[in-house]
Ligand binder design. Sequence first.
Ligand code: ADP
Length: 502
Amino acid sequence: MNADPLPVLSPDIYKILFEKSPGSLLVKADKPDFTVLAASDAYLSIHGVTRPTVIGKGFFEAFPIPTGFDDDINAREVFKKVIETAQAVEVPAYRFDVFNADTREYEVRYWSSRNTPITDAGNNVAYILVTIADITREVKAKEAAEERENRLHLAAEATELATWDMNLLDHTLIYSPRLAEIFGHPPETRITLAEIRAQVNSEDMQNIVIKAYQEALKKGNYLYEVRIFLPDGSIRWIRTQGLTITDENKRPVRLLGTVLDITDSKRDEIRKNDFLAMASHELKTPLTSLKAYIQLLTKRLLPSTDSFVDNALLKANNQVNKMIALIHAILDLSKLESGKLQLKLKDFEINKLISDTIAEINVSNPGYVINFEPDEIIIDVNADKEKIGQVISNLLNNAMKYSDQGTRITVSSKKVKGNVRVSITDEGIGINHQDQAKLFQRFYRVENEKMQNISGFGIGLYLAREIIKRHKGKIWMESEEDKGATFYFSLPLPVQISLFAQ
Ligand code: ADP
């Protein structure tokens, strides 16, 4: 079956098609005039002219270039090239502002044009068909993106941040000149990833960088501080922070980030830390001897006939104990910050440690009832006895500090899936949900009117968390405001015990 023949279009229809097409112009290849033969409505309206005023005129007379633009030279070059090469010439982007009759102002507009040769029977270029397209939106979007990038770049430079982008597939690295500077090289130096890694302190590389890298692949971001060696042998501190970019299959493909030299603030921090360590150490010596004198006096004088003496000695002993605990906490904090907190692991029975700690605390706080309910009589653990004792006593002291005298405090211990879980429950002021997330942070204290008369430093829970973390255990809490709180910690049990437990 034959298809219907295509209808033959009359020259009038072709004329309409041309005149209604977006941005078209036909000029004769009669240089230097380039006589205008036809123009579409859109082309005419862009230039703010009517058809009779341009047809038959030379291109440069018909479309005079507004002052301030020198595109006529370009157009001449383009037309010349079309004739010489008999090939289409594209002008990817140029600016030509359009007069807006409503606002009576020129609007900034960008265009692209294609200039196609039309040849005669002798294969000479007889006409040029100019088609233009409005690309203002694309150009403006690109300008905005460039401006954003520039702003970012300036911000990074102003804050002395170095930026880097590592390809995880071929390990190539792109970075800003500041990175080379931070690593002690002239800014234009090209350094490889291997060279950068070789400058990182080897201990920090093992303990921090490799772990952070593995975490970044899993979690999607990373932040760490390490020491680096500069080529002149000096040591500096850097903080690097960033995120992982994944492909459509969620496979990590790039690591992006910033590097900041934090040597000055780190040195300040180290000095402060050293000061804390030294001051608390110096305070410990006179306190220990004060405690010894109080104990000697207690032995000599108690039981006495004077109840004031009995009471004063008991109170003095309690206060000295409080100060000693506080100084130990500050010492531990400084050791922790400088990475010097060492655990002395040994086997011991945790229920005995819990009851001893309760007994000790009961002496100085007779106003509270502390119940201990172990699930099993004996639970052996392998841990730092003194430090775990400190955690228990911290949690017990908090339970008392944040609840009224006479209320109940319940302690329990239980074996759960290869761990021992200890809990301390009070009936005190409790903690609202917003604060719960931040309680274990260093120096964090809840701020509300209930807390106004309760003193503290906000380091007890932070230390407890760090101690438990170093035992590969967990610490957490549950609470409802005004209804009390339960603090839990769990420690992994030695392997042979955990086998029996399951
Ligand atoms: P400190 O008690 O010295 O302020 P901690 O680190 O021990 O510091 O505790 C941090 C904060 O957590 C406390 O300031 C308090 O607001 C809150 N908190 C701790 N334990 C309890 C508790 N048992 N009940 C209510 N709030 C608590």
